[in-house]
Ligand binder design. Sequence first.
Ligand SMILES: [Zn+2]
Length: 187
Amino acid sequence: MSHTVKFMYYPEQEDVRRIIADIRWRVSRQGDHSGTDIVRFPTNEVFDNEDAAMAYIKQHDRGNYDGIAVKFRDFSTVQDTIQIKKLRYKISATLTKKDEYIHTHSVKTRKPIYISCPCCGSKLNKDRLSSNICPLCRTDLRSPSVLQKIKAFDEKIKDYETAIKKEQLKRKGEAEIQWLVKYEYHC
Ligand SMILES: [Zn+2]
């Protein structure tokens, strides 16, 4: 016995009664055919992007198969500006660098055959390890500085993503407004 959370998208112009009817129809076809019955439209706010709409839904979820619909600006059909293209390129270049770094700093590349786990003290044969994790205590065997560097790559990517969202907002008017609707069914 469990429940599944789902999201649907509808154009802003869609009749709200049709949205509710469609959600009920979807619930009736999935799981054990029970779940969201009422869809709420708690705010007139149009969120700047899907992430902000999702965050609002999570914050205002009353549980018990609550259906919630909010509007957000969808930039997926808006053409990227040169600035955004540059940022996307930087993201993919950073991802490549991160992958290379992870590869070259794997415990497999260490010279000694045996590695001792800093947490549980086990002596591990590096050739038998399938990952960088101690199979006994699940501790990451890479050094704190390596882990820090990997985190720094992720933070850099996050910064670029934030910059893209900021850039997109300069062209708010071109984005299509959509409904994001969260519903649940029992299964
Ligand atoms: Zn260990």
